[in-house]
Design a protein around this ligand. Structure first.
Ligand code: SAM
Ligand code: SF4
Ligand code: F3S
Length: 474
């Protein structure tokens, strides 16, 4: 799941192989680790937990391969391509061990969980294997691997949330940060490997979520994204008071930290997003008017095979409800082309639901069968790759038109923009986002603005995926 791209291109996997900088890089450590992360925002947030555990155990983060004593690859299993990319990387890292035999290579995350000890015992690609719920044991596993033992821990937990660990913010712009509010998923969408790699759903103590969010705000952060595979089913029961906290309540509490702190969240399963959540979004100006609402398919028959538990009509009624309660809300989706038995008519239904829902943008994939999932067990992956790709391209084209129209409607409007930094193309321009999560670029001119400021920007035009504007000074 890629959270912040406005691109309407198809994604093979979300983010690929990023080595991020620790704010503590350059401090005095005896040993160094490098963590390369793939996959969804939750995996990137986990790398920050891992960095915290390692820095507390004497390992400093580095982005320099030659300096690293330990290379960790935090992996994604959501599509086959994601796993192939990681295997290639692990083969390259194995070669580095010839030049530096003391180097340890470890695999973390969903691929570690899915393949368990296979990459260590059979394929001999790594020294350490750690599943998503076992990161606290990393220091012991590193010590074991250092003495040549097999270091594997892929035990999934029913209660681990890493709630007490203060993540080291890797590669942060100092303005936007992720806060994990839950782990795992109980939904069992038939195409999806996540319930198997991340285990049962569990919610994190709301006090630690609010404390972490407040701490970020006090350190200058101005936007946090509450993360979970299915945030709307967040539910935490306080054992002391026996009072429970729902997602709507959590969202409201985080919004009350400061009106200057923007709050985002991802991902919402359509079946779980309640009116209470929508009313909270409408009530607090600092809860962003943007909902990522994956649809996956526009055909009720395919949705049933996917075990998504809603129909086309039910989904569209939810979209109407969002627009009724939060009229200025932007909506994006995840879409899968070419799921098992998908006909041309099912495919047309997907394109027509995109038009009906008027997505501002989408993340689009073609179906990739994952071993062990319900779909792999029950259905035949019977759509030829060429057809999957053609349908995906048609879906991308529809989204391209919708995104263009959405941007065109914004020309002439004025938005509040949180300034995140220089634009990608020029140091003479600022880049930021509006509440609807659209990227907005505008000239710096002579105004004294800095990162983290809120400014009003008048939209004058757009390019692919970006709104262009000018600062409104009065
Ligand atoms: N929890 C989120 C939800 O329910 O929408 C999304 C999690 S998943 C990691 C991100 C997206 O990857 C899914 O929404 C789906 O579109 C896509 N995806 C998951 N499994 C896939 C598969 N086997 N083949 C292609 N795309 C897949
Ligand atoms: Fe996967 Fe469905 Fe859970 Fe999302 S809700 S992580 S798609 S099983
Ligand atoms: Fe990938 Fe695991 Fe996230 S499979 S998308 S890294 S939960």
């Amino acid at each position: 799941m890629e959270l912040y791209s406005l691109d309407t291109k198809a994604h093979d996997e979300a983010r690929q192989g990023e080595v991020l900088q620790s704010p503590n890089e350059g401090k005095n450590f005896d040993k160094f680790f490098l963590v390369e992360s793939y996959g969804c925002a939750m995996n990137f947030a986990d790398s920050e937990v891992v960095a915290s555990i390692l820095e507390n155990n004497g390992y400093g983060a580095t982005r320099d391969l030659e300096k690293a004593d330990l290379i960790l690859v935090n992996t994604c299993s959501v599509r086959e391509k994601a796993e192939q990319t990681v295997r290639k990387r692990l083969t390259e890292f194995k070669k580095l061990k010839h030049a530096k035999p003391s180097l340890l290579v470890g695999i973390l995350g969903c691929m570690a969980e899915r393949l368990k000890s296979q990459l260590l015992e059979q394929e001999k690609l790594v020294d350490i294997v750690v599943g998503p719920d076992a990161y606290r044991t990393l220091p012991e596993l590193i010590a074991e691997a250092g003495t040549g033992q097999k270091a594997v821990n892929v035990i999934l937990s029913r209660d681990e949330t890493y709630g007490d660990i203060s993540p080291v913010r890797l590669d942060s712009n100092g303005i936007s940060g992720f806060v994990s509010i839950m782990r795992g998923c109980n939904n069992m969408c038939s195409f999806c490997v996540v319930p198997f790699t991340r285990g049962r759903e569990r919610s994190r103590d709301s006090f630690s979520i609010i404390a972490e969010s407040r701490d970020l705000f006090e350190r200058g952060y101005r936007e946090i994204t509450l993360l979970g595979q299915n945030v709307d089913s967040y539910y935490w029961n306080n054992p002391e008071t026996n009072l429970s906290v729902t997602f709507a309540e959590l969202l409201s509490s985080v919004a009350q930290i400061s009106p200057l702190l923007r709050v985002r969240f991802s991902t919402s399963h359509p079946k779980d997003i309640t009116d209470e959540v929508l009313y909270a979004i409408a009530k607090y100006p600092n809860i962003c008017k943007y909902i990522h609402l994956p649809v996956q398919s526009g055909s009720t028959r395919i949705l049933q095979l996917m075990n998504r538990t809603y129909t086309r009509e039910w989904y569209l009624a939810k979209v109407d409800r969002i627009r009724e309660i939060v009229p200025e809300c932007s909506i994006s989706a995840d879409i899968i082309a070419g799921f098992c038995t998908e006909t041309e008519q099912d495919h047309q239904d997907t394109m027509s639901i995109m038009e009906a829902a008027q997505y501002d943008y989408s993340y689009m994939y073609f179906y990739s069968e994952r071993p062990g999932t319900l779909a792999a067990k029950r259905y035949v992956d019977d759509i030829p790759e060429a057809i999957k790709k053609r349908r995906l391209q048609e879906i991308v084209d529809v989204q391209w038109t919708l995104s263009n129209e959405s941007n065109k409607r914004d020309v002439g409007k004025t938005f509040e923009v949180l300034v995140e930094g220089n634009s990608k193309k020029s140091e003479l321009e600022w880049m930021g986002r509006n509440s609807q999560n659209k990227v907005i670029v505008f000239p710096k001119d002579a105004h004294s603005i800095k990162k983290g400021d809120y400014v009003m920007v008048h939209i004058t035009g757009y390019t692919k995926g970006t709104l262009l504007g000018v600062l409104k000074t009065n």
